[in-house]
Design a protein around this ligand. Structure first.
Ligand SMILES: [Zn+2]
Length: 165
């Protein structure tokens, strides 16, 4: 019997957590509304296999540099980018949610750690992906740091992975 391409992929490149044989809660932790793109192949595979995928963005798409370059008001740009992010994530069956920080002003401090620990714990994730913390964008470093801290604080209860950006 011939295996389908999806079955072959499943057997040679299994998704982390899939061995648990139950529906997983998979959370991507990004800084920006479009950061899930860095991990979209993996996230789409989880969604296709019936798992619950949530993409978080710490910030609402409020990049002043992008707004200026496009001669747009900041809130117009943010609205448009949020719409794109909701549409993009829904195309592969994921949900999308914005948290409470701002572009280029992300902060990592005791209050931010505590707030994000609560946010992530409430999702009861099985698998979490975030941004590699040693890279160029300070917001990406902040998101990776906050996610990594939540994993440690949870007693490493869920699987945690960084993705390349
Ligand atoms: Zn980004």
């Amino acid at each position: 019997m011939q295996q389908s391409a999806a079955e072959t992929l499943k057997s040679i490149d299994p998704l982390p957590g899939a061995e648990k044989k139950h529906k997983l809660k998979v959370v991507f932790v990004g800084a920006h509304v479009d950061d899930w793109i860095f991990c979209v192949g993996t996230l789409a595979r989880y969604a296709r296999e019936g798992h619950d995928v949530l993409c978080l963005s710490f910030t609402p798409g409020d990049s002043q540099g992008m707004a200026s370059a496009r001669h747009m008001l900041l809130n117009q740009l943010a609205e448009l980018r949020q719409k794109d992010a909701r549409r993009g994530t829904s195309l592969f069956g994921a949900r999308f949610r914005i948290l409470d920080q701002n572009n280029q002003k992300m902060h990592v401090d005791p209050e931010a750690y505590i707030a994000f620990n609560k946010t992530l714990a409430a999702e009861r994730p099985d698998v979490v992906f975030s941004l590699w913390p040693l890279q160029f964008h300070p917001d990406h470093r902040a998101a990776g740091n906050l996610a990594y801290n939540s994993w440690l604080q949870s007693d490493m209860k869920f699987d945690f992975y960084f993705c390349e950006t």
